[in-house]
Design a binder for this molecule. Structure first.
Ligand SMILES: *Cc1c(COP(=O)(O)O)cnc(C)c1O
Length: 467
């Protein structure tokens, strides 16, 4: 497929403007550009076809199953988009006087109140623009807290080895030393390993529960108690809250601070780097350190982003919360957990789960035995799924499981879709035994087969330059 720049024909336009019938005024010479901008010149129909063709080449949740673990690629109800598209929200100016945007403030305040209730926290901000940015904000709260008490020796943040990669990166960005602790054989926090690293230099612990292998840590109260006893604080990575929302609250598990990805759990489509937003919540004693926006909390506080954050993402989140309501939110969580367990159970006779017990919203398959037997890797299976119109699961994460495939079917999939997906997995399991070569060469019907992933990550070409 040609790039839009390659389709360009000089002089072609989407619109034909009438001749100018007023006096023409030119910009002063020094403000004018020397060369014309390198923009593609196309007719409206060619432009429309170009983007429609691009749209047909990608896989999104509107095309098919998308079980990308730890990413919560669920279907987001259309009504959330409708509300975010209301002109009263889209047309608002960030510098409008507060009295002119009372409705927007009510959206922010109401969404914050609901999320405080869901998480068991006392303070909430919507400033951060993404999950990792929210972690950064939350860990800075922990840092400020210790500093405000003159407790300057707390330089270490404990992160389990199963953590999302952004956790250790965040701790390091905030100036902490990262202390890794190994998971136990059950995939959960090893209490002895935790005790061994806790001390007067502990600033806090970053944890997600359910963790990245999809398991709820049964020792969670003991874990947070031990950290508090050592003088540290507990940070909850709630990027994907869909397993527990409305069912159990991180605040009640003993966490002091949390972030939630509104673009994963609360109705904003994501992927491709679109706008996200993060809610960061904290217990009352951390509230003085929370960044604040002019709209929600008045002037004069620190900010981590301009204005009130990605406001329209909060509009979607509030719509989602209000349409599901007190009964619907835990029901969505139950369906997320039910779907994951159902799919795991259906696949289990073929590929093996890394941890064979009840999971939460996602589970991990361990293909290391299968690879030894057939030579077919997790990557080969992932690539083969593409030919079936299924987005591959998360691969080779978490790092504590070898040949890992991590599946999150999400709460919005039907039993029929899950049955179909399980059947595809079982079919591939058999295919790998009889025709491994076919799987090494997969995908056979995709636009792009196996790009050089290292080069794509290290030296991506994302910008067109005039030849
Ligand atoms: C996605 C994710 C993050 C990071 O969120 P971004 O919006 O991508 O920055 C952090 N932790 C977990 C567990 C995640 O799944």
């Amino acid at each position: 497929m040609k790039l839009i720049f390659e389709k360009s024909v000089p002089g072609r336009r989407c619109a034909i403007l009438p001749d100018c019938d007023v006096e023409q005024v030119s910009l002063p010479e020094e403000l004018r550009r020397e060369t014309a901008p390198a923009l593609p010149e196309l007719s409206e129909v060619d432009l429309s076809r170009h983007y429609t063709q691009l749209n047909q080449r990608v896989h999104g949740v509107n095309c098919g199953f998308y079980p990308l673990g730890s990413c919560t690629m669920k279907y987001n109800p259309r009504i959330d988009e409708d509300m975010a598209a209301l002109p009263g929200f889209t047309g608002v100016h960030p510098l409008a006087p507060a009295h002119a945007v009372e409705g927007c403030r009510e959206v922010l305040d109401t969404a914050a109140a609901y999320l405080r209730e869901i998480t068991g926290m006392d303070g909430m901000t919507f400033q951060p623009a993404a999950g990792a940015h929210g972690e950064f904000t939350g860990v800075l709260l922990i840092k400020q807290y210790h500093r405000s008490r003159g407790d300057l020796g707390r330089k270490k943040i404990i992160v389990p080895d199963s953590a999302h990669g952004t956790n250790p990166a965040t701790a390091a960005m905030c100036g902490f030393e990262v202390v890794n602790i190994p998971s136990g054989p059950d995939g959960c926090v090893d209490l002895e390993a935790l005790k061994a690293v806790l001390g007067e230099d502990t600033a806090g612990l970053m944890l997600t529960n359910p963790n990245t292998v999809g398991l709820f840590d049964p020792n969670i109260l003991e874990i947070t108690r031990l950290v508090h006893e050592a003088g540290g604080l507990c940070y909850y990575d709630g990027a994907n809250l869909n397993a527990v929302m409305g069912v159990v609250r991180p605040g009640d598990m003993g966490f002091d601070c949390i972030h939630m990805n509104l673009h994963k759990t609360f109705a904003t489509p994501h992927g491709g780097g679109g706008p996200g937003a993060c809610a960061v919540g904290c217990k009352a004693f951390l509230k003085p350190f929370l960044p604040a926006s002019r709209l929600m909390d008045g002037e004069g506080h620190i900010q981590v982003r301009s204005f009130a954050g990605n406001f329209l993402v909060v509009v979607r989140a509030l719509t989602y919360l209000m349409t599901l309501g007190r009964e619907g939110i835990p029901e969505a969580a139950e369906n997320a957990v039910l779907n994951a367990n159902y799919l795991m159970h259906q696949i289990k006779g073929s590929f093996s789960p890394a941890f064979d017990r009840i999971c939460m919203h996602e589970f991990v398959l361990n293909l290391s035995g299968y690879k030894k037997e057939t030579g077919v890797s997790a990557l080969d299976v992932a690539k083969s799924l593409i030919d079936y119109g299924m987005h591959p699961p998360t691969m080779y994460f978490p790092m504590i499981v070898h040949e890992a495939l991590m599946l999150e079917p999400t709460e919005t999939e039907s039993k029929e879709t899950l049955d179909w997906a399980a059947q595809v997995f079982r079919q591939l399991y058999e295919l790998g035994k009889t025709d491994p070569e076919a799987m090494h060469a997969a995908p056979h019907h995709a636009q792009i087969g196996r790009p050089d992933e290292v080069r794509a990550a290290r030296t991506p070409v994302v910008r067109w330059t005039k030849p």
